[in-house]
Design a binder for this molecule. Sequence first.
Ligand code: UD1
Length: 337
Amino acid sequence: MKIVVTGGLGFIGSHTVVELQNEGFEVIAIDNLSNSSIEVLDGIERISGKKPIFENIDLREKAAVQNFFKKHSDVSGVIHFAASKAVGESVENPLLYYENNINALVYVLQEMTQLENSNFIFSSSCTVYGQAEVMPITENASVQPAMSPYGNTKQIGEEIITDVAKVTKMNSILLRYFNPIGAHESAEIGELPLGVPQNLVPFITQTAFGLRKELSVYGNDYPTPDGTAIRDYIHVVDLAKAHVIAMQRLLDNKNIDKVETFNLGTGTGSSVLEVIQSFEKVSGEKLNYKIVGRREGDITEAYANTDKANNILGWSAKLSLDESLASAWKWEQKIRS
Ligand code: UD1
């Protein structure tokens, strides 16, 4: 069976390509290389022994999307990762985000819904919950007004898919990720942030490697046990495996609703200081960091209730924070060597 992975050379996309290949799927990866590198294809091949079919397509080009699906009308499903994901950039350039994350989604759906096998997995985010009142967060927690154009594109994307599924044969699963980190254990693929990383873990590994002078810890006056903010950090390989399971559920027609939503997290919250401690332990490096003020738009805590994914998908995260950080560190060292 052929599965299309948009954004297939990106961080989560590339790991999902590998897991799909491991399960025997043929993969067509689409990417416009705007935030990824063509060498990722070689990394994938070194792990799985198989290069996916690759199409360099910008999904904002409607005609290119149409041509692609004309050529590949026999695909069994689409996993849609291709999107921009930097919160700060989205505030500065909202139209880039609406074009990249919404126009492209609409064009893909227009073609998808015409296919014989209309199975669609969407990359969503726990950002849709904002600061939820109750921890851990279940899928029933209300969606809060988005705090950035990026977050808004995830909410609007979920709404578009829900509307479309009602009136077409498309079935879809919306996966709300908590904080994906880490890299493949082989260190053949991992996260490749452009410029200065905005996310915690790549900033930590770059600082430990000496590329950044020090990590700024954004705030230690949150109402949490150590005062720093709490997130649910999930290993990217665990996350990738959940996509394969979700796709298999649609392929087997096991879904109960036309659109189903699942949280993907470990279920455990870790504070920024706990992440630093874990990193120092597994790397043996002393991390240079200082406490600074809070980052605008940050929430106090977010961690997942994973019961729904555990019980219905039969999936749970297997890898620990230590393992995730060790893999991120191995990857950082590998790409700098
Ligand atoms: C951010 C986005 C989220 C997006 C996710 C993936 C916000 C508010 N949320 O999540 O919508 O889906 O990235 O790209 O931007 N931290 C530091 N120092 C740093 C960097 C981060 O202390 O240099 C802290 C943050 O304050 C936060 C935690 O580390 O408490 C995690 O930050 P980050 O990795 O950026 O993820 P989120 O902000 O949770």
